[in-house]
Structure formats: C-alpha cells, structure tokens
Write a protein that binds this ligand. Sequence first.
Ligand code: PLP
Length: 398
Amino acid sequence: MSLIYLDNNATTKVAPEVLDAMMPYFKEEYANPSSIYDFAKKSNHAVRDARVAIKDFVNASSEKEIIFTSCGSESANTAIRGVLNMNKNKRHIITSKVEHPCVLNLYQTLEKEGYKVDYIGVNSNGELDLAQLEQAISYDTALVSIMYANNETGVIFPIEKISEMIKSKNKETKFFVDGVQVAGKIPIDVQAAGIDLLGISGHKFHAPKGIGALYVNSKTLVTPLIIGGHQERGKRAGTENVPYIVGMAKAAELAIDSLKYELTEVKRLRDKLESGILKTVYNSRLNTAIANRVPNTTNIGFEYIEGELILLHLSDLGICASSGSACTSGSLEPSHVLRAMNVPFTAIHGSIRFSLSRYTTEREIDYVLDVLPGIIEKISSISPYQEELANLKRLRNL
Ligand code: PLP
C-alpha cells in the first residue's frame, strides 16, 4: 500500500483542479493586478472574482468584507491586533485554553503588554465552558476569540450561541472566530452565526500553503498588520498573490460542492475507523466522547504507551497521523488541548489524531484497521506498565 495520508488537519494535498486554475497566473497572466494597462485586466479580474468566491464560501454580505492574507496565523493576528488598535480604551480580552498557538501565543504577548486576559476552559469532552465565558464578559471586554472547531479534537464550539451571549452582555465586544478547521468541513455562515471576524487558511481545504483570508464585517474596524500600499482596501499591504488567491477561490468552490460528501462519506469512514479501533484495541479510548465534531477528525488515546512510537510504526507502513497539532508534535510535552481536557495521564502521552479528507478511501481505512491492533500490541508488550495493561485487558474484555 502506498502513502495513506490521515493528517489532513495539519495540511491537505492541493486538489488537481486547484493547480490547473493557478497555472495560467504563473505562466502567462503574471501582471500586477493594480497596473492600469490591458495586460493586467485578467489578473485584476481574477482577484475580484476570487473575492466573490470567498465571500460566498463564508456567506458574507459583500466581497468588500474579505481580506486576502498569507495564512490562518496572519488572519488571526490581523483580526486580534486590528480590533484592539481600534479600541484602545478597553483592556480586557477573552479566549479559550485550547486555541491554536497563533491565537494563544498572541494573547500571552498581549497579557505582557498589559491586557487582562481570561482563558476559558473546556470539559473532559473538549467542549467549551459556556458558563465561565458568560461570566467573564464585562463592559471592558474589547474582544472574544474562540475557534470554530479545535484542530486536535475536531470538537465544534457553538459559535452562534456564543455570539448571542457576547452581544447580550456587551454589544460593543467584537467576536473573532478562528475558522481554519471548519472551512470545507461544515457550512460556514458568518451572518447567521453573528461573527464579526473569521479567519480561514487555504492549505486546510486543498489549496496551497501560504494563502488565507480574513472576513471582517462592515461594522468592524481594523488597522492593518502590514503597512504599505493600498492593496486590500488599505487593510493589508503587499502585491496580491494572484495564483494563490485564484487557487484558494477554486478550492472554496470545490469545497462547497463536496460539503455533502464530507458530512456523509468522510464522516462514515471516520466513524468506521474510530469504532473499529475502539472495538479491536482494548487500551484505546475516544478522547472526545460524544462531543459534536467536524466529520473528518478523531482523537484516540492508547493507554500506557507512547504516541510517538505509534506514529513511527505507522510511518514505517506509509501511514501519516499526528500526536497533536503539527506545531507541537516533535516535542514530548503532551498537547495543551488534551491537558485542558484533563485527559488521564495514562492516555495523554499515547493520544493520536487521525484526520481524513475527501481523498481518503475505504481501502485505506480497512488497511489501517488491519495493521493498527498489531502495532499497539507490539508497543504495549514493551511498556513498563504491564500490570496496568493486564488489568485493563481484564476489565475491558468483561
Ligand atoms: N488555526 C487553527 C485552528 C489551525 O489548525 C491552524 C493550523 O494548523 C492555524 C490556525 C494556522 O494556520 P496557518 O498554518 O495557515 O497559519
């Protein structure tokens, strides 16, 4: 079996149609879209059309609400810094303990700069503590940043409910949503969900790495992070990355077309993988239990063994998965997300994220289900926790 890529929350393969759509803008249509001669018309119109495609993707009310960025991290930084710069008199900000580092590390920086920060916790299923959030919002809260779905667990937060909660407590508080892990997996409707700002990243939905977008509703003002020319209506300087913008727009159109497939077929394969593992591997546990999740992600803890060893064995067979977000794997520190969920110490070091895509096949899932029990058995046999494993085996086999 060749490569089996089950790490689509880290990045995705570029869809062939996306690459085809991009190629003319490398080869023939390389004009700067801001130039006034005829030759620039095609690239100018391509950026204009792409902005409409992204507007439709998130259901914004106008394409003027879309800013092209270089990635999800830049979208988050622009949103957060941009909102705070426009509201300098408010000094309180809120986020969750399980955000991606592009939000969490920025919040820690802002804390050092004098902001009062509340970090909202999650329960053992990875679901946000809404009561804690409601209590934290005050007259002084400038911004709440909550991710739409978590990259490690796939757990979806109730964004519409959170927005209503924020607006009922303080109409002036802005709401930024890191939508990177929902784009292409569930429908996004920024208007229905009451979102002020939303960030997405192309490489999570089959566009290349290095392109993202930020939705900023017309009632929200932000300062630019990158200062220079007047591109992006003065919200983000720098000559537009035309081929990548075109590629992301094509990927968004494809994602809309395949949403139903994601919600049915990809979910079916994810559920098959998940229930198959839980049934055949006695020391496995579903870290999120019954929480509402995006259709492609499962996070499974294998008790009393090391996740890195599992990943290496899988890798030997051409299977790619992850033991945390791509940014944290590589260190043996358990992920901040699983720690915030209080995943028991017996499982936290052996937790693996499998994330599928519309390119994942049934044959691939069957193969993983075929080889994984043997891998876990082999690693368990050299674990220093033999007594605990034997007890677990007895308990679970009852
Ligand atoms: N937000 C979430 C939830 C993510 O999963 C990621 C990437 O893993 C990012 C933001 C950052 O996106 P980018 O890699 O495009 O900067």
